[in-house]
Write a protein that binds this ligand. Structure first.
Ligand code: AMP
Ligand code: ZN
Length: 121
């Protein structure tokens, strides 16, 4: 169900603490944790704790929460000291665009020379 925790969803399980993650920030409604396969020196994922299948679905259902996710992404960039040098926010949407986890998340990418590693996240 949209907006509820889904037992078979990787990021719902990370939010629930059933799968370990390296948390960098947490609020009542969001969690930020390091990507397991970093594509830049800073590579953090920010997710709403509630389940939405992608960013647009999140924004349609709960625009305030979508805004909170974006604001948290900016705070992660500040904490990670990439706000001044610059960073990318990426929302992959659909498997054809590389989305592999169907729980809304934004990639916060920065640091190094600005090049991505193996894949376009
Ligand atoms: P996407 O391809 O946009 O759906 O992004 C999913 C991201 O989740 C990928 O960059 C993966 O490296 C990352 N990922 C997969 N499993 C984990 C995990 N257990 N902990 C942290 N990040 C993960
Ligand atoms: Zn989920």
């Amino acid at each position: 169900m949209i907006g509820e925790v889904q037992a078979d969803c990787l990021f719902c399980r990370i939010v629930a603490g059933e799968i370990p993650s390296t948390k960098v920030r947490e609020t009542e409604h969001t969690l930020a944790f390091r990507d397991i396969n970093p594509q830049m020196p800073t590579h953090v994922l920010v997710v709403p704790k509630a389940h939405y299948p992608n960013a647009a679905a999140l924004a349609e259902a709960d625009p305030a929460l979508a805004g909170t996710v974006l604001a948290e992404a900016g705070r992660v960039a500040g904490d990670e000291k990439v706000a001044d040098s610059g960073y990318r926010l990426i929302f992959n949407t659909g498997s054809g665009a590389g989305q592999t986890v169907f729980h809304a998340h934004v990639h916060v990418l920065g640091g190094g020379n600005g090049e991505l590693h193996e894949r376009l996240v």
